[in-house]
Design a protein around this ligand. Structure first.
Ligand SMILES: Cc1cc2nc3c(=O)[nH]c(=O)nc-3n(C[C@H](O)[C@H](O)[C@H](O)COP(=O)(O)OP(=O)(O)OC[C@H]3O[C@@H](n4cnc5c(N)ncnc54)[C@H](O)[C@@H]3O)c2cc1C
Length: 363
């Protein structure tokens, strides 16, 4: 997400980019993603607003309910009023649709698949990249948007262990027709005592549904988009939850399982002509649905810092980028970790009101 967003943003200010991706192809992973108004303001400038509106669900409000009684704890009002207030819509998308939209902004010849980075050295005329397939490349600058297990971060600053939170997420998308006509809310987080489940539609016609949970399971440490979970265990873990939850889980055919991790904020993101972006430098728990949004905001701010900069100014521009972004991303990391976002009336202006295109840059 962050790498493609950065490529789109940098191309917009006339910078040549190449995206190196370890995967052999982009696969459509079964997951939903909330596109906050703050992320939408960035995506709009990439020309993606109409496409994402057409492909995503447009919620009128986001409900937070008690797991057993169904009592409403807090309704976060979205729809037109939030769109006016924050300057862009809040959308619920299929992750694959957002990814494909971002990929559509970057010409195929700029994306090199099956390029797994294994080495990185600053040399006199740039930064040399070494890949597992034997290829090498020299670039003026490198943006490490390689996720929570970032090789670029490890090469720059050494390895720090990932923080396993002791919790796991089950998640999946499936056709809503499997609900057999049973009615459920459009989007709700069901708050339990030590666990929660989030359920929402990811298509405008409510044809596809997404669920994601969080619950304790300290022994499970696999963090992979392809690791499967046991639907029976998932149903048992949420037994006694509201009828809607039981309905959605009863119809659920298949599920993925994912260890939830985060990291402490890094002291630095930048070294010379190399910087980090997205989960590589500020991974977070998913409880604010802002991880990808932060990576997308990073992309816009990075492009503003690099706009008009020559090769000699890259290191300074990268430091400015880091200085412009660190306070906000650290705050979101910390707030996300607490897992209280929207549980009750919450000040959301500082998150959704942010505009990465106009926010003042650090001096
Ligand atoms: C359960 C769950 C739900 C979430 N829900 C939301 C949500 O609703 N809204 C939201 O905004 N965020 C959400 N997030 C967070 C979001 O998924 C991440 O923050 C986001 O994907 C980070 O983007 P990124 O580009 O930094 O990293 P990634 O998406 O992890 O991308 C990193 C890329 O780098 C590639 N890569 C890694 N190593 C190498 C290498 N050595 N060489 C080459 N390529 C490499 C990877 O293959 C991958 O393509 C959720 C996360 C989880 C776990």
């Amino acid at each position: 997400m962050g790498g493609l967003a950065a490529a789109a943003a940098l191309r917009r200010v006339g910078i040549d980019v190449t995206v190196y991706e370890q995967a052999a192809q982009f696969a459509r992973i079964g997951a939903g993603i909330q596109i906050g108004c703050n992320a939408m303001k960035v995506l709009r400038e990439f020309g993606l607003e109409a496409r994402l509106r057409a492909q995503s669900f447009y919620p009128r409000s986001w409900n937070n309910r008690d797991w057993r009684t169904g009592a409403v704890k807090f309704d976060m009002i979205f729809g037109e009023s939030a769109e006016q207030r924050f300057g862009a819509p809040y959308l619920l998308a299929h992750r694959g649709d957002l990814h494909a939209a971002l990929a559509s902004t970057v010409p195929d010849q700029c994306v090199k698949l099956s390029y797994k980075l294994v080495g990185l050295d600053e040399i006199s005329d740039g930064v040399r990249l070494t890949f597992a397939n034997g290829a090498t490349a020299v670039a003026d600058a490198v943006v490490g948007a390689d996720g929570v297990h970032s090789v670029v971060r490890d090469r720059l600053f050494g390895t720090s262990p990932v923080n396993y939170t002791g919790r796991i997420a089950y998640r999946t998308t499936y056709p809503a027709a499997l609900l057999g006509g049973q009615q459920i809310d459009d989007c709700t987080k069901w708050w339990g005592e030590d666990r929660h489940i989030v359920i929402y539609y990811v298509k405008p016609d409510r044809s596809e549904i997404y669920l994601v949970t969080s619950q304790p399971e300290p022994e499970f440490r696999i963090e992979s988009w392809s690791a499967k979970g046991d639907v029976g265990e998932l149903r048992r873990a949420f037994a006694g939850f509201d009828r809607q939850v039981e309905t959605v889980l009863a119809a659920c055919p298949d599920v993925h399982k994912w260890a939830i991790v985060d990291r402490e904020s890094l002291v630095r993101w930048t070294e010379g002509n190399v910087t980090l972006l997205g989960d590589a430098c500020h991974p977070m728990t998913p409880y604010m649905a802002q991880g990808a949004a932060m990576a997308i905001e990073d992309a816009a701010v990075l492009s503003r810092c690099l706009d008009g900069t020559d090769r000699d100014g890259i290191a300074t521009a990268f430091r400015r980028f880091e200085a412009s972004r660190k306070e906000r991303t650290s705050r979101v990391q910390q707030t996300s970790r607490a897992n209280i976002w929207l549980r009750e009336k919450t000040d959301t202006d500082w998150v959704y009101g942010y505009d990465a295109w106009t926010v003042p840059l650090a001096a």
